[in-house]
Design a binder for this molecule. Structure first.
Ligand SMILES: [Zn+2]
Length: 96
């Protein structure tokens, strides 16, 4: 019984960890002003830039294409993160 209890609390813990790794971005389309919420999972969506330990600067990057429902304006979000996964740079590119 004790073993099962440990397992279930382990799984609850996992779920909480996953939730804190989720980042919501709000992107506004400059053509139709639609606001689009983009879900980013810091664990799986970020690309590791392999900084050396103690090195400052951009540790992770993320590129994500965002397409709204109202028009065909394809946007690309480029984010840079420090080693603690805080956003240090945001860029939004739109086509055309
Ligand atoms: Zn749009």
């Amino acid at each position: 019984m004790g073993f099962l209890k440990r397992i279930s609390s382990f799984w609850r813990g996992e779920a909480q960890v996953e939730e804190t790794d989720v980042l919501w971005l709000v992107v506004e389309c400059d053509k139709c002003n639609e606001t689009i919420r983009v879900r980013i999972n810091k664990k799986t969506d970020l690309q590791n830039e392999f900084l050396r330990p103690g090195e400052a600067g951009c540790a992770f990057t993320l590129k994500k294409e965002v397409l709204g429902k109202r028009c065909s304006n394809l946007m690309e979000v480029c984010l840079k993160f420090d080693p603690r996964c805080n956003i240090i740079s945001k860029r939004l590119r739109t086509e055309g």
